[in-house]
Design a binder for this molecule. Structure first.
Ligand SMILES: Cc1cc2nc3c(=O)[nH]c(=O)nc-3n(C[C@H](O)[C@H](O)[C@H](O)COP(=O)(O)OP(=O)(O)OC[C@H]3O[C@@H](n4cnc5c(N)ncnc54)[C@H](O)[C@@H]3O)c2cc1C
Ligand code: FES
Ligand code: FES
Length: 486
């Protein structure tokens, strides 16, 4: 273990050695208050508006990868060993504005300008990977950027025009080799523990180092993508010390595929999981694209979404419907449990102090299984679910329900199976009459609450209608949601 006072990272073109004042110091505060890089704005301070978007470059198994993140909820110490790129670093080939900035001017993509640096960074992040984006690619890249005055059509036109102007002299393209070498020089195989006046920050080098830290500090706050923990700080002023950052650990980012399952390391981000799911479980693609916005999907991890124990996290219902299993690790010991049994009660999970989520194994649905995951939220993009219903339906050759697994988020204190509804359908013919007869079983399974996202009545009606929607979709008939069904 290495003890030290400082973390190290690249900030635009310079190497920074910095002693964090506290584990909860955010990247945004550092940029604006310490470095006076005020191009990066603070809007909401909760990951929603995108005004604080910056790019983070990191080595992923030796390969330099840049992703957009929300600096407002990214903790400074978690950029140890990374390249932080702010709007101030962008420039064109002649040293003037970058092609994305020029296109935003030419296509009238800004009015008050407050959102503009964040939008430019999001578009730059997109165009670096894909200089010829479709309208859908552009929409997806901007899901996490709110503009309240310009409207998105001129911004989308700017994105298309800028893509054609991206060159190999682009700043990050031309600096790639030097940045890769500099970041490689910052990696170590030892845990770094930094003492601050407000507690210790641990940055392990691998999962074994994480296990050791948690053995000595079983109550340390584990921070992966910080898309939940960041808000504990910016909204609730919670003290998170001592803290252990795990978002950079390659051995928690592994994805292993077999013929009938995918195992995701707990640290796999939504972005990294997306192509694998699109290929193996395409029924989850639409849901996946509606988790947060691009910045949140770059930061947020599957392990964090499960470990937080939220009743409205988007991954547990479909994964429970598929029969996923969770592997937890404490020291060198591992245990594997059905995902659904991890959620005991509101705020209570089957995880002991010092234990961490190591991986989740998700069965790939057998051929002929109909999988559906329906997210209901107030806004289509960048919103948390009011409820989410996931269904895995297998029909026998004679059209009866051989098996059905149904799991809901937002209907109880935990993500939960609709066991009574399942029992009411199993062995029955898959007909509208069977579905209608099973609806009342929802009331045995769930007693939803009313809150700011939805009323109890809305939740119950929607859950029933989602089962009806499943029937309509499997029968190939158009979906008509009957608001009168109670
Ligand atoms: C703007 C915004 C939009 C969002 N939209 C959605 C959405 O559409 N759908 C949705 O489901 N969620 C959404 N979220 C919530 C959040 O993005 C997810 O829950 C995310 O998956 C959490 O992962 P993380 O890596 O960021 O977790 P963190 O914030 O790092 O951690 C979350 C919790 O899990 C614990 N933890 C993390 N990793 C481990 C581990 N390996 N072992 C044990 N404990 C661990 C942490 O200690 C903490 O208690 C949104 C959040 C924001 C800010
Ligand atoms: S300030 Fe709004 S997302 Fe960061
Ligand atoms: S230009 Fe004003 S918020 Fe986008």
């Amino acid at each position: 273990m290495a003890s030290g006072d400082t973390i190290r990272f690249l900030l635009n073109g310079e190497t920074v050695e910095h002693r964090p004042g506290a584990a909860h110091e955010t990247l945004l505060d550092f940029l604006r208050l310490n470095r006076r890089l005020t191009g990066t704005k603070e809007g909401c301070a909760e990951g929603d508006c995108g005004a604080c978007t910056v790019l983070i470059g990191r080595l992923s198994r030796g390969e330099l990868v840049y992703e957009t993140v929300n600096a407002c909820i990214r903790f400074l110490a978690s950029v140890h060993g990374c390249h932080v790129v702010t709007i101030e670093h962008l420039r064109g080939a002649d040293g003037g504005p970058h092609p994305v900035q020029q296109a935003m001017v030419a296509h009238h993509g800004a009015q008050c300008g407050f959102c503009t640096p964040g939008i430019v960074m999001s578009l730059y992040g997109l165009l670096m990977q894909n200089p010829a984006p479709t309208d859908i690619d552009i929409d997806r890249a901007l899901q996490g950027n709110l503009c309240r005055c310009t409207g998105y059509a001129p911004i989308a036109r700017a994105a298309k025009a800028a893509g054609a102007e991206m060159t190999k002299d682009d700043p990050l393209a031309s600096e790639r080799a030097a940045v890769t070498e500099a970041l490689a020089g910052m990696q170590t195989d030892e845990t770094l523990s930094v003492e601050t006046p407000e507690g210790t920050i641990h940055i392990p080098a691998n999962a074994d180092g994480l296990a050791d830290i948690l053995a000595d500090n079983p109550d340390a706050t584990i921070v992966a993508g910080a898309t939940d923990v960041g808000l504990w700080v910016t909204k609730f002023m919670r003290d998170i010390s001592p803290v252990v950052f795990i978002g950079h650990l390659d051995d928690l980012k592994m994805i292993e595929e077999t013929g009938d399952a995918i195992t995701f390391g707990a640290g796999v981000s939504y972005t990294d999981a997306a192509p694998v799911l699109a290929r193996r479980i395409p029924a989850l693609t639409e849901l996946w694209d509606r988790i947060g916005g691009t910045q949140i999907r770059n930061m947020g991890t599957i392990g964090g979404n499960i470990a937080n124990g939220s009743p409205i996290g988007d991954t547990p219902p479909p994964f429970i419907a598929l029969g996923a299993e969770l592997t937890l690790r404490k020291g060198g010991d591992r245990r594997t449990i059905p995902l659904e049994s991890f959620f005991i009660d509101y705020g209570k999970q089957d995880r002991s102090p010092g234990e961490f989520v190591e991986s989740i194994t998700v069965p790939v649905p057998a051929e002929g299984t109909h999988l559906a995951a329906y997210k209901i939220s107030k806004r289509f993009d960048e919103d948390i679910s009011a409820l989410l219903g996931a269904f895995a339906l297998a029909l026998a050759g004679d059209g009866t329900v051989e098996d059905i697994r149904i799991a809901f988020g937002g209907m109880a204190a935990t993500p939960k199976r609709a066991s009574s509804v399942e029992d009411a359908l199993r062995g029955k013919p898959w007909t509208e009459a069977s579905v209608m007869a099973a609806l009342s079983a929802f009331e045995t399974d769930f007693t939803p609450i009313s809150d700011m996202r939805a009323s109890a009545d809305y939740r119950m009606r929607s859950a029933k209608n989602l089962l009806r929607r499943l029937w309509h979709e499997t029968e190939g008939t158009p979906v008509r949601i009957d608001r009168g069904v109670a």
